[in-house]
Design a protein around this ligand. Sequence first.
Ligand SMILES: [Zn+2]
Ligand SMILES: [Zn+2]
Length: 252
Amino acid sequence: MKDTKYEDLNKTLAAVGKAVFVNFYYDFKDFSISKDELAKKILSENPGSKSDSQNFRIPRARHIFELGQEKEALRIIIESKRVDKKAIEKAKNILVKEIIREDFQTESVEERQFIEHFNQEIQYDTTLKEAPLIVERTQYIYPRKQSEARSALRRAQYLCEVDSSHFVFKRRNRSDNYTEPHHLVPLSAHRDFPGIDLDREQNIVSLCSNCHNMLHYGASYKEILYELYIQRRELLKQIGIVISFEQLVSYY
Ligand SMILES: [Zn+2]
Ligand SMILES: [Zn+2]
């Protein structure tokens, strides 16, 4: 039943401490940070806390992430009356970022479809086809302009912008190298940039297949992201996208 699940989550949160859950959210989420390391950090920032209480706090907090209940936990905290306002504000901010991250996952599917389309030069497919099954969805669909992607790739001379010495191959039906366009600030982050078009070549990087997949699916994506961020920071500013590296990472 949904109610007992909610009750359990509430109990777990109480054991972790709602403010602690929020204040150390990204540390709990990052399983590569060891329990001891994290316990030290929590203690140093909360001198009032008992050292042995971390022993049950940390695994419980991480269990929330294992169950995928972190967004639900944030919602509970946001509605709590006894949590201090600062923590509630922080919880709201994190929740917005998490929703953007979730959208970014679906966005990468759209991106793949766009790339497929982009890769086929414009030619008519004349085979007869059955009508597609149309699925109603409530998500945003982000329009992407081929012209912006094309000029971004051209500007990068069809090389990988993480490192121009990365391996690229020639396209089959053109004389250019094959690289893929990627929006550095994901289109799903549009809520944080009202009125600004994120589909601009300043925000599109040219990547070799390997870097592109690493950026979406790899463990060491932060290094690639940082390299690209440093290169693009000023250009992004020029089109009204002012963003810190921390904010950018939060979308990935
Ligand atoms: Zn991408
Ligand atoms: Zn590369």
